[in-house]
Design a protein around this ligand. Structure first.
Ligand SMILES: Nc1nc2c(ncn2[C@@H]2O[C@H](COP(=O)(O)OP(=O)(O)OP(=O)(O)O)[C@@H](O)[C@H]2O)c(=O)[nH]1
Ligand SMILES: [Mg+2]
Length: 320
């Protein structure tokens, strides 16, 4: 059986350990908990999360600083059976990412039996021979120890069926803060030796404008159902300090567009008397202000970008 890791005691400090730095990506089906885990490891929200599948739409780097190592996490979109051009592009991004990292963390939720989607991903991972693969069982707070044990065995078995051993099989709970540090401890030795790649204190390399757009999208995703979550895209057009403000009372003007795919979706996003859009504005503004550390005036507009998920021109315009 592959190594299954549960923390029992602190690791022995080793004096002459060389500094390590490198990349670990998290892959898995949509909704497996990759972005939540990335945030928990970094200790700050660098990636948005939601209970809707396919929340993440680009790779997000989160940086974990340790005295002996710099671990750069690359959160990826959930790998799925694509139904749109966007879906195909997102899957391509995942495959390009796992080909270039030092270690792959395959995330599998503890509360869902292994399915065809997981097998499909594991099969592809099996063909990447040179890169160590860690199986990460996420959301362990949602199951009892018996169900967890069964999941660990099933994952070990899956590796064997495909002809490889997981470097580790680690159960974690990002929400329950269980074994998250242990996961970092296990990833670090799999990184190459080398100096830090990012300045001390940098937690991500996401541009501010992208993070702002993502926070708006996260707020807009809440409470929408069916196809609508997939149809929403957000673009920040402009972020400018308001002129004629006293130095001690700055205000940042942010103009953003919330795109949807069909005119019929407009009413749902805006809500009765504009209430939904207003709530999205209030909620995301609070998060943006916390992120940027300045008061913000947020101007949100809803626009139709017809069938943008399937239209190469629209996709390019929206940054895919
Ligand atoms: N109970 C529990 N829920 C979790 C945990 N980790 C993630 N979740 C929930 O699972 C849902 C999906 O989490 P995400 O982190 O957005 O999943 P993802 O794998 O990044 O999803 P995509 O970006 O769509 O591929 C959210 O509702 C999270 O709150 C966990 O450790 N415990
Ligand atoms: Mg995600």
């Amino acid at each position: 059986m592959g190594r299954m890791s549960v923390r029992t005691q602190s690791p022995e400090p080793s004096e002459q350990a060389a500094h390590r730095a490198g990349f670990a990506c998290f892959v898995g089906r949509p909704n497996a908990g990759k972005s939540t885990l990335t945030n928990a490891l970094v200790g700050k929200k660098v990636a948005i999360t939601s209970n809707r599948p396919q929340t993440t739409r680009h790779t997000v780097r989160g940086i974990v600083h340790r005295p002996e190592a710099q671990l750069i996490l690359v959160d990826t979109p959930g790998l799925h059976k694509p139904r749109t051009l966007l879906g195909e592009r997102l899957n391509d991004v995942v495959r390009a990412t796992w080909a270039e990292v030092d270690v792959i963390g395959f995330c599998l939720p503890a509360n869902e039996k292994l399915g065809p989607g997981d097998r499909f991903i594991a099969k592809e991972l099996a063909s990447i021979k040179k890169t160590p693969k860690i199986a990460i069982v996420t959301k362990t707070d949602l199951v009892d120890s018996k169900a967890l044990a069964e999941q660990l065995i099933a994952i070990d078995q899956l590796g064997k069926e495909l002809g490889f051993e997981w470097a580790e099989i680690v159960p974690v709970s990002a929400v329950g803060e269980k074994q998250v540090d242990l996961l970092a401890d296990l990833l670090v030795p799999l990184l190459p030796e080398g100096p830090a790649l990012y300045p001390e204190g940098d937690l991500t390399d996401e541009p501010e404008q992208v993070m702002v757009a993502e926070l708006i999208r996260e707020a807009a995703l809440e409470g929408v159902r069916d196809e609508l979550p997939h149809s929403i895209a957000v673009v920040v057009e402009e972020m400018l300090p308001r002129e004629d403000r006293p130095a001690d009372k700055p205000l940042l003007d942010i103009h953003a567009f919330v795109y949807i795919e069909r005119p019929s979706q407009k009413g749902i996003i805006i809500g009765p008397k504009g209430k939904r859009l207003k709530d999205v504005g209030i909620k995301s503004r609070q998060q943006i202000e916390a992120l940027l550390g300045t008061p913000v005036y947020l101007d949100l507009h809803v626009k139709v970008a017809k069938d943008w998920q399937r239209d190469p021109r629209q996709l390019r315009k929206l940054g895919f």
